[in-house]
Structures are given as structure tokens and as C-alpha cells.
Ligand binder design. Structure first.
Ligand SMILES: Cc1cc2nc3c(=O)[nH]c(=O)nc-3n(C[C@H](O)[C@H](O)[C@H](O)COP(=O)(O)OP(=O)(O)OC[C@H]3O[C@@H](n4cnc5c(N)ncnc54)[C@H](O)[C@@H]3O)c2cc1C
Length: 468
């Protein structure tokens, strides 16, 4: 008999939820991870520390209160790295404790060390002391996540030339920084450091940033970041990054040179599969270290599953968790529904962005007619109370069946508010539900009603012209 029914490699969101789901179904389960990484990338260098850092930045800089108290308002003048990391360390430690507790409560064995395949049912666990022992299982779940991709030609030192993992161990807040890569992680850190007063330059070879988002929302973000002295260099490629005694110099192919205290690369991520000896289990990974799976998260070896960032898009904590649960259910023969195709995206820039469904551009490209309803926070009592005059909510509504085609939100609480739209869309509701619903007052949620009225008034106008 194998040692375990289910063995999980990696204790990030995907691995944790796979392990707990299998344990709840009465299986003998173990999770393997390095002792300092319990909770995964999500808890140590990804979601949780970056979002805690953002919260600390917002609080200490007083940025979100300046509409009310004036542009010079700050809670603390000289914000140090110590001020920022105190909060991060507190939250991470608490969360690690929660993860450990959940695993132990559910009788999931936590094996510390790194794992590699010996054959399709056996892993070698290399323990922190260097000893190795073999563990066998009927099913194996690979949830090893990703690490930042580092271009070979750039010499990283973790302090002046760094990736997103190094940001959390910076010794001081840089006065100026170049961020290479205008994806989600790059833009989140760009806005945090800009809020702290660093002079930020964002470089990306693409023509713009966050191209999956609503164009108007991105324009608003760009305006805000410019206001915080962020410079954008889009359509530009980095040809070299030089380290000098008094700072760095980023050289672009166009010939421009950007001096800065530090450079942060945020240029994609690489699946952590190189140390797994996948070949011994009959598996392989692609060029970016990712593993291919079917709709049940099975690899090409059917009793081995892969979930989370290591399988690629969308590479989010929330989806990784769901994938982990679904893989465990499938491995244990438990019925499992398909993950809903309607998934929200949350981007924690300052201000934050969230959306669900399609954008205006996508609908236009697919020749799907739509009407737009907008609510601006400055017209809401709650927006005034909060001092958020720039936030907005946009509904894209089908004039044919009045269903919501997309919801786009920018500003305070966007990543929370989006779930109202997601629920209405997921349940097949129409814009009329939002028109007739009563919302608590004064709230930001009221923006749904205001935007719904805006959209339906426009649809009515068009209908009336047609009737005349
Ligand atoms: C800066 C940053 C910010 C982010 N912000 C968000 C956000 O706001 N919202 C969101 O939803 N997502 C966010 N993400 C993405 C999110 O962190 C990932 O989607 C999530 O962590 C993926 O979970 P996972 O299960 O794939 O495992 P991961 O969290 O990647 O963890 C993988 C684990 O596997 C372990 N491991 C690897 N190889 C081995 C081995 N051979 N043996 C044993 N253990 C091994 C590692 O030590 C690690 O602990 C962010 C990511 C980053 C980097």
C-alpha cells in the first residue's frame, strides 16, 4: 500500500486547498514544502505581503485622505522600510499560523523539504538536514507555482537591481526606480512606490499597460500615476542595465538613458518545475516551465494532477484554490462542477481596478451592441464621505435582453464591489434588477443603481426614437 492516498507538492493556495479537500473526503494526505515557505509564494512574496504593503502605504502616506485634508496631508513624514515591513511581517506570521493550523486540524501531514520524482508514484523528499526519504502515493498533485523570470543579460543583486521577490527585503525606499514590465505586478508596485514619493519610470515594449482592462479605466489610472510623477516609456525595449557606485542606469534601445537608485524587473514568471525530475514520472514542462493539464487538472499521466500558477493562465490565488479543490475531488472520485467561466480580475494598483465580463473594445470587435451606464463616486454621498472623487463604476448592458455584458470598476473598494456585478451576471440577472433594488445608503454599492439608471435611460431614449 502506498504511504499516502494523495501527496501534494507545494503549500500555496492550490496545494493547500487540494490537500484539505482530499483530507475532508477521508483520504490520507501529505503536503511537501520548504520550512520557510509554508503558505507558498502567495503568502511569502506574492499576494499577501504585496497587498499588506499596499495597505501600509495607503495608511502611512495618507494618500486616500488628501482630497479631504489637503495635498500636504501625511500620517508620517519619513516612511522607512521598517514602518512598512512591520505590518507585512505581522500579517504573514499570522497567516502562516492559520495555514499550519488548517492543515493539522484536517490531519494533513506537513513534510518539510523539497520533492522530486523517483517514479510516477514515488517522490524523494530532501529534508532540510540533507537526509532523503521516499514517499509514495496513489495520486500526486503538483502545485509548485512560479518564480520571477530573470533575463540572463541582467545582473541582479537583489537591492539595486531586483525582481518582485526582492522588493520585500529592500533596505530603504529608493528615491527613484525604473520598473521594467507594465503588467499587473509591475503596475501594482509602481503605484505603491510612487505613493511613497519615489520617482518612478515604467518601461515596457508593449504600447501600453494592462491591456485586458477597460480603456477609460486605464486612462484614469495613467492620469493618477502621472500626478504622482510616474513617467511612462511604452514601446521601448531595455538594452542594458548598468550598476554604478551611485545608482543604476537603464539604457533603452532607442538610446534613452534613465538614471535611478534601483531597477525592478517584472517581466513574467517561470514555472518551478526544473528540480522536479518530471521525466522520471513520464512528464514534461514547456519552455516556461509550465505543465499541460486537461479539464480535470490531470497531466498526461492520469493519476498526477497539476494546479495553480504552474499550469499558467490565469495564475491567480483565487483560481489556484479552486483548481486545487477540483483536482482533489476528481482524484478522490467525488463529483465536481466546472469552474464558472465568469471570473473577476482584481488589480491592486492605487487606485484599484476590478472587472468582470467583457470590455467595450471586445464587444465592439465582436459586433455585440451594448449601452454604457456610468456612476462616478463624486456623485455618491459615500464617495464624498470617503474623499474619493475619481472612482467610477461602468456597466455594459445588452440593449436586446438587458443583461450585463461587463462591469468595470475603478477606485476605492473596486475589488470588493465587483462581486455584486459578478453575482448578477452569473445568475443571469438583468440591469432592471439593479434599477429596482434598494441599496444601503450611503454606500459605494449604490453606484450599481446609479449606473443601471444611466444605462436604462439611454436605452429608453433609443427605443423612443425607434417608436416615433
Ligand atoms: C507580487 C505578487 C502579487 C500577487 N498578487 C496577487 C493578488 O493580488 N491576487 C491574486 O489572486 N494573486 C496574486 N498573485 C498571484 C498568486 O500569488 C499566485 O497565483 C498563487 O500564489 C499561486 O498559488 P500556487 O498554488 O500555484 O502556489 P504558490 O503560491 O506559487 O506556491 C508554490 C509553493 O510550492 C513550493 N515548491 C516548489 N517546488 C517545490 C518542490 N520541489 N518541493 C516542495 N515544494 C516546492 C514553493 O516553495 C511554494 O511554497 C500575486 C503574485 C505576486 C508574485
Amino acid at each position: 500500500m502506498p504511504d499516502f492516498d494523495v501527496l501534494v507538492i507545494g503549500s500555496g493556495p492550490g496545494g493547500q486547498k487540494a490537500a484539505i479537500a482530499a483530507a475532508k473526503l477521508g483520504r490520507r494526505v501529505a503536503v511537501i514544502d520548504r520550512p520557510d515557505m509554508v503558505g507558498g509564494v502567495s503568502l511569502h512574496t506574492g499576494t499577501i505581503p504585496s497587498k499588506t504593503l499596499r495597505e501600509a502605504v495607503l495608511y502611512l502616506t495618507g494618500l486616500s485622505q488628501r482630497d479631504l485634508y489637503g495635498q500636504s496631508y501625511r500620517l508620517k513624514e519619513d516612511i522607512t522600510v521598517g514602518d512598512l515591513t512591520a505590518r507585512t511581517e505581522h500579517v504573514v506570521n499570522r497567516e502562516v499560523d492559520v495555514v499550519r493550523n488548517q492543515l493539522s486540524r484536517n490531519h494533513v501531514a506537513l513534510c518539510t523539504g523539497t520533492a522530486r520524482f523517483v517514479d510516477a508514484h514515488t517522490l524523494a523528499l530532501c529534508e532540510p538536514g540533507g537526509e532523503e526519504r521516499l514517499l509514495s502515493a496513489e495520486h500526486i498533485v503538483i502545485a509548485t507555482g512560479t518564480r520571477p523570470a530573470r533575463p540572463d543579460r541582467v545582473e541582479f543583486d537583489g537591492q539595486t537591481i531586483m525582481d518582485s521577490d526582492n522588493v520585500l527585503s529592500l533596505e530603504r525606499v529608493p528615491r527613484s526606480m525604473v520598473i521594467v514590465g507594465a503588467g499587473v505586478i509591475g503596475m501594482e508596485y509602481a503605484s505603491m512606490f510612487a505613493a511613497l514619493g519615489s520617482k518612478i519610470t515604467v518601461v515596457d515594449k508593449r504600447p501600453g499597460m494592462l491591456d485586458m482592462c477597460d480603456v477609460e479605466v486605464i486612462e484614469a489610472l495613467r492620469y493618477h500615476l502621472r500626478d504622482l510623477a510616474v513617467t511612462f516609456r511604452f514601446g521601448e525595449t531595455v538594452s542594458a542595465v548598468e550598476r554604478h557606485p551611485r545608482g543604476t542606469l537603464t539604457v533603452l534601445e532607442s538610446g534613452k538613458k534613465i538614471p535611478a537608485d534601483a531597477v525592478m524587473y517584472s517581466a513574467g514568471r517561470q514555472g518551478v518545475t526544473d528540480g522536479l525530475d518530471l521525466g522520471k514520472a513520464g512528464l514534461s514542462a514547456d519552455r516556461r516551465g509550465r505543465i499541460t493539464v486537461d479539464e480535470h487538472y490531470r497531466t498526461e499521466v492520469p493519476h498526477i494532477y497539476a494546479v495553480g500558477d504552474v499550469i499558467g493562465f490565469p495564475a491567480l490565488a483565487a483560481t489556484s484554490m479552486e483548481q486545487g479543490r477540483a483536482a482533489a475531488y476528481h482524484a478522490c472520485g467525488e463529483p465536481v462542477g466546472q469552474m464558472h467561466s465568469l471570473q473577476p480580475i482584481g488589480i491592486y494598483t492605487i487606485p484599484e481596478i476590478s472587472f468582470v465580463g467583457r470590455t467595450e473594445d471586445q464587444l465592439t470587435q465582436d459586433s455585440v451592441p451594448f449601452e454604457v451606464g456610468i456612476s462616478r463616486y463624486r456623485e455618491l454621498a459615500r464617495g464624498q464621505i470617503l474623499g474619493d472623487s475619481h472612482g467610477m463604476l461602468k456597466l455594459l448592458v445588452s440593449p436586446d435582453d438587458r443583461k450585463l455584458l461587463g462591469v468595470h470598476c475603478f477606485g476605492t473598494g473596486a475589488t470588493e464591489l465587483i462581486h455584486i456585478g459578478q453575482t448578477v451576471m452569473g445568475c443571469g440577472g438583468t440591469v432592471d434588477y439593479l434599477v429596482d433594488a434598494v441599496f444601503n445608503y450611503p454606500t459605494l454599492a449604490e453606484s450599481y443603481k446609479v449606473a443601471a439608471l444611466d444605462a436604462t435611460n439611454k436605452i429608453r431614449q433609443i427605443d423612443r426614437l425607434g417608436d416615433a
